[in-house]
Design a protein around this ligand. Structure first.
Ligand SMILES: [Zn+2]
Length: 331
């Protein structure tokens, strides 16, 4: 039975959609071929699955994927570009690898896929920055960050008629004082990190903790109560858990991964908290059928929790709006 005295829990899903733009500093078209081509097919499969289970999802899309040709892509480049000390991180340095259009280059363009996302109900088009921007990298500045976000807004508006509201920063590099810049550029919702040290450090130890956490949960609870902070204009809809790729070498662990996600969902549903699951389409670009079976199980469980506890699927923007409305009711 639904407890009417308590706030209902919220199930948030977000995707970091970037194709090769998010990985070109350590992968190539050849080394990442299967994941990218698989990701393109998985977008379609996921949309159908979301629709079947009435899942609301937020798609954080790299703005560069939105162009239809190389010429058009370059016309959206901001004048101020990040000059990272580690030059390999800059998407602007890979123009020689970019083909003429989506038909000729499935690694750097996704206009047709984004159109498809727009055809489905309850899907939010959000931003993963214009150029897959790295906020914490030496060499970039607040000015180049702002210029990147304005470019993201411009291409989304002109190509898809969308005013972007939610921002997912690459590698979840969440920099406190950049929030003001994000707000100025129209972003009122951001995705921060879980509180545990393992999700706020990039050391090897933190990575090991994150890996183990996926299967048995050693980093404490990652569900949370969302609050709008009057001093910060943007609402932080923190990430809870990364839905990791199917690990064929350690396949026996896979059932623990799904069981852990379901435990966290149940906790959020029963306690009126938020649970935010996220991944990249390329994480499910290999072993796609196995991944979809897992997601299908997770979404069927969501529907059980919805009936029992009123657990509700929301996009990042919808989840943030609910908090804002509650706050304005109180005032
Ligand atoms: Zn990314």
């Amino acid at each position: 039975m639904k407890n009417s005295n308590k706030q209902n829990g919220t199930f948030v899903i977000s995707l970091d959609f970037e194709l090769l733009w998010g990985v070109h500093d350590h992968e190539t078209k050849e080394s990442f071929r299967q994941q990218i081509l698989g990701a393109r097919t998985a977008v379609d499969t996921m949309l159908k699955l979301f629709d079947r289970h009435q899942i609301h999802a937020t798609w954080g899309i790299v703005g560069m994927l939105m162009a239809e040709s190389k010429e058009e892509l370059q016309s959206y480049f901001p004048t101020l570009k990040p000059q990272y000390e580690k030059a390999a991180l800059s998407s602007y340095g890979y123009m020689d690898d970019v083909g003429a259009d989506e038909q000729n280059d499935e690694f750097h363009y996704a206009h047709s896929l984004i159109k498809k996302i727009q055809e489905y109900p309850n899907q939010e088009i959000a931003s993963h920055t214009f150029s897959h921007y790295y906020c914490k990298q030496p060499g970039q500045t607040k000015e180049t960050f702002e210029a990147d976000l304005y470019a993201a807004q411009r291409i989304a508006k002109e190509k898809f008629g969308v005013e972007l509201k939610s921002l997912i920063l690459p590698r979840n590099h969440f920099v406190g004082d950049y929030i003001e810049s994000a707000c100025k550029a129209g972003f009122c919702v951001v995705r921060g990190n879980p509180k545990s040290f393992a999700y706020n450090k990039s050391s090897m130890l933190a990575r090991v903790f994150r890996f183990v956490d996926t299967y048995i949960g050693i980093c404490g609870k990652k569900t949370f109560v969302m609050k709008a902070d009057a001093n910060i204009q943007a609402v932080d809809v923190k990430a809870s858990t990364l839905f990791r790729k199917y690990n064929t070498r350690l396949a026996f662990l896979e059932k623990y991964k799904v069981a852990h996600i379901k435990r966290e969902m149940k906790y959020a549903a029963k306690n009126g908290e938020v649970y935010h699951l996220w991944w990249h389409p390329h994480n499910v670009g290999e072993n796609t059928a196995l991944c979809m079976a897992q997601l299908g199980e997770i979404f069927a469980y969501y529907q059980t929790l919805q009936e029992k506890y009123g657990f509700d699927s929301k996009t990042m923007y919808e989840a943030a709006e609910e908090i804002r409305n509650e706050n304005s009711d109180v005032m």
